[in-house]
Design a protein around this ligand. Structure first.
Ligand SMILES: [Fe+2]
Length: 402
């Protein structure tokens, strides 16, 4: 999506004969929006439709939690047990018709290949590293990377030995670089917080010529359909185009700072349909002598704000730890807890690292959210006189967004 790429061998022109050892290769145009959106053209050794066996269809089941109260919520996700692999180990936390947000701490390896046939994915790598093996080639990933996987990409995670912890976004729409960062030709402009050099497409294409039994699990129609092929799905000898998976490191996001407080859109990293994904990164804070470096109260009248805390010193902010999620739902104001605005004055920098997802339609919660909900966060703006010298007397924090 970010720019034209080519790996492996492709013929001089599209849609002409392309042979290997005399055999005609199978050309596949993988594209969006009929034949008018971005596309890539892949050359396969076999037809990608060559299915030996139709496996099971497993519908996706979501266990919804309907809370008794509409409230600000805090969930601590750090201790969610590792389970499953990088696909079936995703544990849905909240969702609406535009986006699903899941936690994933895989403990098993993928014994199959996966393809999302009905949506784009962004996998934020909080912990771990490895290689995403894909039909477009190998895509190395590491801690802090957003792995952007467009629909139609057949892939398999090959993690290294380190523990893996991901925050996963899945959307039936497209994950895009915000339009205001790009000129009419698609190039990232000078004011954008990242550049093409920060975007990493697949590094190497390895054509696999194995025969055998290869199950591919495809997300379609709100479920998973398994297809068994008699050839390895990474049978592509070359491809080119604009559609492929890529990584972008949160550490390569260049924060935009101002004399007075910059609003959350300055942190926007990706755009989806009716939602945005933002990166809060270490940076200098507002530098006007009268600036209040942490945000003013604001009312999310039409949006839900989910923040996942990745790294930084949150220890002096009550209840927030690495792996915590706050959810500030629509229709309500929110802002710094008592004392924090005063405490922030004079602060010159923040070391926070956080991923935020703002949705423009309400999020539904799962029973996992009920398990993780601390149940007290809604009262964290309520001031009770604290005994002198207690930790509660001055619950100062260093996060710059609430
Ligand atoms: Fe906010």
């Amino acid at each position: 999506m970010p720019f034209y790429q080519r790996l492996g061998e492709v013929p001089r022109k599209r849609h002409v004969q392309f042979r290997e050892n005399g055999s005609l290769l199978t050309e596949e145009v993988m594209g969006l929006e009929g034949f008018t959106g971005n596309e890539s053209i892949l050359y396969h050794l076999q037809s990608p439709c060559r299915v030996k066996e139709l496996g099971e269809f497993e519908p996706i089941e979501r266990e919804e939690w309907m809370p008794d109260t509409h409230a600000w919520r805090l969930m601590n996700t750090w201790d969610v047990p590792a389970q499953g692999d990088e696909i079936v180990g995703r544990r849905l936390l909240m969702w609406n018709d535009d986006v699903e947000i899941s936690l994933c701490r895989p403990s098993e390896s993928m014994e199959y290949f996966f393809r999302n046939g009905e949506g784009d994915e962004v996998v934020f790598v909080h912990e771990g590293a490895g290689t995403l093996e894909t039909i477009f080639g190998e895509l190395p990933y590491k801690q802090g990377d957003y792995v952007v996987i467009p629909r139609g990409t057949t892939y398999r995670f090959l993690p290294d030995e380190s523990p893996q912890r991901y925050l996963v976004f899945e959307t039936p729409g497209l994950i895009e670089i915000p339009k205001r960062y790009r000129n009419d030709q698609g190039q990232l402009m000078e004011h954008a917080p990242y550049y093409h050099r920060d975007i990493h497409p697949p590094a190497e294409l390895k054509t696999v010529r194995e025969r055998g039994e290869f199950p591919v699990k495809v997300r379609v129609r709100d479920g998973y359909q398994t297809y068994v092929h008699d050839f390895h799905p990474f049978d592509v000898v070359g491809w080119d185009g604009y559609l492929y998976p890529w990584t972008f490191s949160i550490h390569d996001f260049e924060p935009i700072t101002g004399r007075i407080h910059m609003p959350p859109p300055s942190h926007q990293t990706f755009a989806g349909p009716n939602f945005v994904i933002c990166s809060f990164c270490p940076r200098k804070l507002d530098f006007d002598p009268l600036a209040v470096p942490i945000p003013y109260h604001h009312s999310n009248l039409q949006s839900e704000e989910m923040i996942y805390y990745v790294d930084g010193n949150f220890s002096s902010r009550k209840g927030i730890e690495v792996g915590s999620i706050t959810l500030h739902p629509s229709g309500l104001p929110h802002g710094p807890q008592p004392g924090l605005a005063e405490k922030s004055i004079g602060m010159t920098e923040t070391h926070e690292l956080a991923v935020m997802c703002d949705t423009f339609h309400p999020l539904r919660l799962t029973t996992l959210a009920r398990e993780l909900d601390d149940g007290h966060y809604a009262y964290s703006w309520y001031e009770e006189p604290a005994p002198a010298g207690s930790a509660d007397e001055n619950p100062a924090g260093v996060t710059s967004h609430f």
